[in-house]
Design a binder for this molecule. Structure first.
Ligand SMILES: Cc1cc2nc3c(=O)[nH]c(=O)nc-3n(C[C@H](O)[C@H](O)[C@H](O)COP(=O)(O)OP(=O)(O)OC[C@H]3O[C@@H](n4cnc5c(N)ncnc54)[C@H](O)[C@@H]3O)c2cc1C
Ligand SMILES: *[C@@H]1O[C@H](CO)[C@@H](O)[C@H](O)[C@H]1NC(C)=O
Ligand SMILES: *[C@@H]1O[C@H](CO)[C@@H](O)[C@H](O)[C@H]1NC(C)=O
Length: 537
């Protein structure tokens, strides 16, 4: 059975990447999108729509442009390093335009239900469009890219019976758009995830941020003001995490964080260690705590008439609104129920991609994972691997092996992350490298060192940007090397808005031996952190 026609469900960032990869591999993608536009989560809507993800007006990404772009399409150099949601959507539009993807998308297809003919591995896909027209299609494979931030989790039942008398408004962050309605209001924000942090900061006039666990808070801005992920996600630092004891890394990194602001003093300190969970990415939150507009509180216990009670017994009266930033659940009601066979009714997926129970590996779920890095490069690599498996160029182990591996990875994750959606966690570089090896695009470091030592240094010590997976092998991109060599230039570009005058120097000062020695040691320090030096050129 040769695979030719592939159905792609959803035209968010994952769906767009899937369409592009299918075309690259000579397949015929047909994408079904239930809304009337591309972009998925990143297309801001004034009011939330049921069963769809919904973001707030001010949302700015927490991953930087060079790290989160697709591997053969760098973000425009003049875009800011951390894009506003509208700019990220603009990037996806440029991508779709550049690779001519729109003509493969059918919009306003409100229902897609694939069911497999297990004999052949093909899929019958019934679609219904907004006019109610039913169409039956046959596809050789299906890529599901429908997103998983669609169903808000609102744990009101944790506060039984008491809500009825509460006079304020209670709602999920899914409904939150901006702070306009909360000017001069007293608001409690429940949950210290990325949304909780953002929303608390946006409202912060008299806002209470209630958190059971606390969080380690890191800024987008790393040393020298460079993007955090560009300095943190490098192959070299990954190697260090393998070599050094975890306790030592935790100790050193927590110390560095507390050096900026003491997490205990600020009421943020969690019981868990830094590496045990994803940290909260927020630049403004500690500043708001310092100014007193934002007040850290214990976990919410319940409601009283017009106020709320926290677990430490303290009460805040006259609360106008409570925003629950308590996360999301993804559901895949349109898939055959046999696929949702995990212990908690979730989808069991081999390597977070393939349902092991299918007789033929002709369906993959793209984008259903979490990681301490950007989503897009991983989703793109998932698509590249899935297509190789569909076309028989890469093979999966037998069903039992896949189930065993999936279960042991789930257990390891539960132990390591202890969070509710721990099973979804993947490690950024190892997971990308694993898939890249399957696809045949993992860089060969020894060969690279011998052939191109300059590039080798950038690849090993510099940020693990997606271009690394376009250097060799199938899908190789001629621009990949150049993209890596110029990545720090594109980081610097949006800052170049003012010509910075050179400091005035006098010749006599330059030849002062003490200053020469100082300069020499400065240069040594900079050489040791190589990735930053290219900015100075
Ligand atoms: C508040 C918030 C902030 C985030 N910030 C970042 C960040 O900074 N960096 C990062 O990398 N990630 C971030 N993420 C993760 C985010 O999920 C991904 O960036 C990305 O949007 C995933 O894209 P996707 O295409 O998989 O899903 P989505 O963007 O959700 O797209 C899914 C698409 O499928 C369509 N669809 C759904 N069901 C069907 C159906 N049955 N039939 C047809 N079409 C369907 C939807 O209409 C939608 O267009 C954030 C998530 C949230 C909630
Ligand atoms: C709600 O208010 C009513 C009337 O004031 C009161 O009788 C009842 O005990 C209150 N319920 C709770 C749970 O506080
Ligand atoms: C960015 O924010 C989203 C939404 O809260 C979160 O799921 C993701 O893990 C964050 N990314 C990083 C690198 O922390």
């Amino acid at each position: 059975m040769t695979v030719r026609r592939v159905a792609v469900v959803g035209a968010g960032s994952s769906g767009l990447a899937c369409i592009k990869i299918c075309i690259d591999e000579g397949l015929e993608p047909v994408c079904f999108e239930s809304s009337d536009d591309i972009g998925g989560l990143w297309r801001f809507k004034e009011s939330p729509e049921p069963e769809r993800s919904s973001i707030y007006r001010g949302l700015v990404v927490n991953t930087s442009k060079e790290m989160m772009c697709f591997s053969d399409f760098p973000t425009p150099a003049d875009f800011p390093n951390y894009m506003h949601n509208s700019q990220l959507l603009q990037y996806f539009r440029l991508y779709a335009e550049h690779f001519n993807l729109l003509k493969h998308i059918h919009f306003q297809v409100i229902s897609v239900s694939p069911s497999d003919f297990s004999e052949t591995g093909q899929w019958e896909v019934v679609t219904i469009n907004k006019n109610g027209d039913w169409v039956r299609h046959v596809f050789d494979a299906v890529l599901v890219c429908s997103g998983h931030y669609t169903h808000p989790v609102l744990p009101l039942s944790d506060f039984p019976g008491q809500l009825t008398n509460f006079s304020g408004r209670c709602f999920h962050s899914w409904e939150y758009k901006d702070a306009d309605a909360y000017r001069g209001k007293r608001v409690v924000v429940v949950g210290i995830g990325n949304s909780g942090g953002d929303i608390a900061v946006e409202i912060s006039r008299s806002t209470f941020l209630s958190s059971r666990k606390g969080a380690w808070v890191v800024g987008r801005m790393s040393t020298n003001g460079l993007p955090l992920d560009m300095t943190a996600i490098t192959r070299f630092s990954y190697l260090l995490t393998l070599l050094l004891p975890k306790a030592l890394i935790n100790w050193a990194a927590e110390r560095a964080l507390n050096y900026k602001y003491d997490h205990r003093l600020y009421g943020l300190r969690p019981a868990h260690r830094l590496l045990d969970r994803s940290p909260l990415i927020n630049d403004d939150l500690p500043g708001r705590v310092l100014l007193g507009g934002l007040v850290m509180k214990a976990n919410l216990r319940g409601f009283v008439d017009s106020g709320v009670v926290f677990e430490d017994g303290t009460v805040e009266e006259n609360i106008d609104a409570v925003v629950f930033c308590t996360g999301y659940r993804g559901t895949f009601p349109f898939l055959p129920p046999a696929l949702s066979q995990g212990p908690y009714g979730e989808l069991t997926l081999y390597k977070r991609l393939f349902p092991p129970s299918l007789q033929h590996p002709t369906l993959a779920i793209v984008g259903l994972f979490q990681t301490k890095g950007p989503i897009m490069p991983i989703a793109e690599m998932q698509a590249r691997w899935a297509v190789k498996v569909f076309t028989g160029l890469s093979h999966l182990p037998c069903k039992e092996t896949m189930l065993d591996i999936t279960e042991s990875e789930r257990k390891r994750n539960m132990k390591r992350y202890k969070a509710s959606r721990a099973a979804l966690q993947v490690d950024y570089i190892p997971y990308l490298d694993f898939m890249a090896k399957e696809v045949g695009v993992r860089p060969n470091f020894l060969l690279l060192l011998l052939r191109d030592p300059v590039l080798w240094v950038k690849v090993v010590f510099g940020p693990c940007t997606p271009y690394q997976y376009r250097l060799t092998g199938p899908g190789q991109w001629a621009g990949a090397r150049h993209a890596i060599l110029t990545q720090w230039k594109r980081v610097a570009q949006p800052f170049k808005t003012r010509a910075v005058p050179e400091p005035e120097t006098r010749a006599s000062v330059l030849f002062n031996p003490w200053l020469l020695a100082l300069g020499g040691s400065l240069i040594m320090t900079m050489l040791l952190s190589r990735n930053k030096i290219s900015l100075l050129r």
